[in-house]
Design a protein around this ligand. Structure first.
Ligand code: GUN
Length: 285
């Protein structure tokens, strides 16, 4: 029987722990604070940002949203980041990506104080992850790792195939799996014979952003399938990067879309914000 990996349930349990941590911090006078910066009108980004705000409120985290017009100058955005870096009520700063074309994304990410970089995208934090001494780990891949932990998947010695090499998901996830002693293969658009690569995997993680690109008959019997993709098809329907129905035939366990990895991302953002506040309170973590 294929086991459905219920991201909503795992996220709910984690959020319960996070709320309890927030209560304890507030009791000692440290309210975790998150600033979210959105430049422009990208509809998907607006939805994510409002979800983040609601999740913060539910967990008792102070959150402030900065919605800037699409024509905002880079210097203005840098000035806002500088003020947030120096704001002692703010433990985490998240600049929603993608940014408008005229803004240099790398420059913006580098302007965020690494100690408040709850996205884990600053080169300092990327370097810490590469060397195995993470400070903040990017939310979506970290959420996938928490899922493995929750359902008791041991990565040691496993063949993990990741489809997708983004800075946000594929690359950091490869490093996290490597740190857990998996053998990791990163596949991408130029990979030769992708079906054969996927068929060799004990664990398949799809993060390419192409609807149902990973086919069911590529999946080895007993493999674990994690689908990070969220693709809108038509007006309402959301599908992942994996052909869920077909992949379920061989998979031992699989994440649905929606209700799989999705709820974990914002949960890990809350987690990182609380982690940052714990550090502000003097805890050595
Ligand atoms: N855009 C898509 N995913 C993310 C994310 O995890 N963080 C930020 N800042 N922007 C994103």
């Amino acid at each position: 029987m294929t086991k459905l990996i219920d991201g909503k349930a795992i996220a709910a349990e984690l959020r319960g722990q996070i709320s309890a941590d927030v209560t304890a911090l507030v009791a000692i006078g440290v309210t975790p604070g998150l600033a979210v910066v959105l430049v422009g009108e990208d509809p998907a980004s607006r939805v994510y940002v409002s979800m983040k705000e609601k999740a913060c409120a539910a967990a008792g985290i102070y959150s402030v949203e900065h919605k800037l017009p699409v024509e905002t100058a880079q210097t203005e955005l840098l000035a806002l980041i500088d003020s947030l870096n120096n704001n002692e009520n703010i433990d985490g700063i998240l600049v929603q990506l993608p940014l408008p074309e005229h803004i240099d994304e790398a420059k913006i990410l580098e302007a965020i104080l690494p100690a408040k970089d709850v996205d884990g995208f600053h080169p300092y934090n990327v370097g810490r992850l590469v060397t195995g001494h993470p400070v903040f780990q990017p939310c979506t891949p970290y959420g996938v790792m928490k899922m493995f932990e929750h359902i008791g998947v041991e990565l040691k010695g496993k063949d993990v195939v990741i489809v997708g090499r983004s800075n946000i998901v594929g690359k950091p996830l490869a490093l996290m799996c490597l740190a857990e002693h998996a053998t990791v293969t990163i596949c991408h658009s130029r990979t030769v014979d992708l079906p054969r690569k996927v068929a060799a995997a004990d664990i398949v993680i799809a993060a390419v952003g192409r609807p149902e690109m990973v086919k069911g008959d590529w999946i080895k019997k007993g493999a674990i399938v994690i689908d990070v993709g969220v693709n809108r098809v038509g007006e309402k329907k959301l599908v992942g990067d994996v052909d869920f129905a077909a992949a379920s035939i061989n998979a031992a366990a699989i994440t649905p879309v929606p209700g799989g990895v999705g709820p974990m991302t914002i949960t890990m953002l809350l987690y990182n914000t609380v982690l940052s506040a714990k550090r502000r309170s003097g805890q050595k973590i």
